[in-house]
Design a protein around this ligand. Structure first.
Ligand SMILES: [Zn+2]
Length: 442
């Protein structure tokens, strides 16, 4: 019997009108809970002069204040350890997931038993949408432990009836050994690690065991939807590559691409998605780029109302070719506002450098962006460090790369080509920007 292409046909194909009616009903209930049970939200709403009764239509959400990560940090510091926005009774708490804390103290997020169930179910939906199901062997190279994604996809792999190989962040040789030995068909990893595994496979060449992989879904970093990066992942691993997105404060893996590769599908029955202008903070016209703002419609324990993600995306509410009606973000997450590089008056994102570098077949998958201040002149210097791939590099390579970067970034960084293998690889997220400005280089 052919499998249904939908995990939850009724929900995934709701008409826009019915979907929005469901969102409005759930949003009302969530706002009332937050106002009545959480002093954190009640004080915020009172300060902004709004109350749940002001929500008549979905667009009225724009009257409610945003929540920022810094605000959650301050709230948790003032009311340790979890702040005053935990709404589920303690006996219902099941898991703690702090954010990674790379930019300040981590924000704690709690999943209740009901939250674990919802997260497992919509993660199962994402996996089903890119073609995973019973009979698949899913190698899960997402980090387990405190990082949110590892456990969520582990639960979901069981839910869809797949066989899970929980490799976590084991080193690349071990990952490759497991891919071959288990005949894994689906790989879940960061795109950086996917490319690294691909590079090790290429080095092993014919000596390596053949793999059975057919699909990979890549999250934890932006970039999978860049045509050059997707192409590299697909060629290196012999797979179809899909994009995955999650955020510690919101949920792991709550958006993924379907087999149409037409952008991240949001689980709009559980999350209200807004795209707002970074400065005016008003909604942008449909299809325009802006800051992604997310509201939990069904989260029980630590609900977020209008969480300001700092991630840039655009939203397409038109039904996808796959038949799903939930809105998509074509090209995925186009950049993090935190990652914006300002150099000699120009502004650009690391993902623009990635797109340019990966369009050069002569270069390896790795790159770094180094920023520093020249001691003599006090001027800022930006250098894109790339690795030559296998084979001799053409003499004009650095000139061509410099020209392509200037065209993409509207500013001309320096270029340095280093020997193959000299840039450090990682089993998790790569650190691609090294900013030493303001400190004099030795
Ligand atoms: Zn689709």
């Amino acid at each position: 019997m052919a499998r249904d292409r939908f995990w939850d046909r009724d929900v995934e194909t709701l008409s826009r009108r019915d979907l929005e009616a469901l969102q409005l009903e759930r949003l009302r209930r969530q706002l009332v809970r937050c106002y009545e049970q959480s002093p954190f939200y009640r004080e915020k709403f009172d300060r902004a002069g709004v109350a749940p009764r002001h929500l008549e239509r979905l667009t009225d959400i724009g009257r409610f204040p945003f929540v920022t990560k810094q605000e959650l940090r301050d709230e948790q510091a003032a009311h340790p350890p979890f702040g005053r926005y935990v709404l589920a009774p303690r006996g219902a708490w099941r898991e703690l997931h702090p954010s990674s804390g790379t930019t300040g103290s981590p924000v704690n997020t709690i999943w209740s038993a009901a939250d674990v169930e919802v997260i497992t179910d919509h993660t199962a939906r994402t996996m089903w949408s890119f073609g995973a199901g019973p009979g698949d062997v899913i190698q899960n190279a997402f980090a387990y432990g405190l990082w949110v994604a590892g456990l969520a996809v582990h639960y979901a792999a069981a839910r869809i009836g797949a066989f899970c190989v929980p490799t976590g962040t084991s080193p690349a040789p071990r990952q490759i050994e497991m891919l071959a030995r288990t005949r894994a068909t689906v790989l879940l990893a960061t795109p950086s690690f996917g490319l690294y595994i691909g590079e090790r496979l290429r080095q092993a060449g014919d000596a390596g065991e053949p793999l059975a992989l057919r699909a990979g879904c890549f999250g934890g970093e932006a970039g999978t939807e860049l045509p050059s990066t997707r192409g590299r992942l697909e060629r290196a691993l012999g797979i179809d590559a899909y994009d995955y997105y999650g955020l510690a404060e919101i949920a792991p893996t709550f958006a993924s691409e379907c087999t149409e590769k037409a952008g991240l599908h949001w689980a709009e029955d559980h999350y209200l998605i807004e795209i707002v202008h970074p400065e005016t903070r008003e909604p942008v016209p449909p299809g325009d780029q802006g800051i992604l703002v997310v509201t939990h419609l069904t989260r029980e324990a630590t609900p977020m109302i209008r969480y300001w993600t700092n991630d840039y995306a655009r939203l397409d509410p038109v039904a996808c070719r796959c038949g799903r009606t939930h809105a998509r973000s074509p090209q995925g997450i186009v950049g993090r506002s935190d990652d914006l590089i300002v150099f000699r008056g120009a502004k650009f994102y690391p993902v623009q450098v990635e797109q340019t570098v990966r369009a050069f077949a002569e270069l390896s998958d790795e790159f770094r962006i180094e920023l520093e201040t020249e001691r003599e002149t006090g001027l800022d210097r930006c250098t894109v460090v790339v690795e030559a791939g296998p084979g001799a590099a053409a003499a004009d390579l650095s000139d061509r790369l410099r020209r392509a970067l200037r065209e993409a970034l509207l500013v001309a960084p320096g270029v340095r080509i280093v020997a193959p293998g000299s840039i450090e690889r990682t089993a998790f997220k790569s650190k691609r920007v090294i900013d030493r400005r303001g400190t004099c280089p030795e």
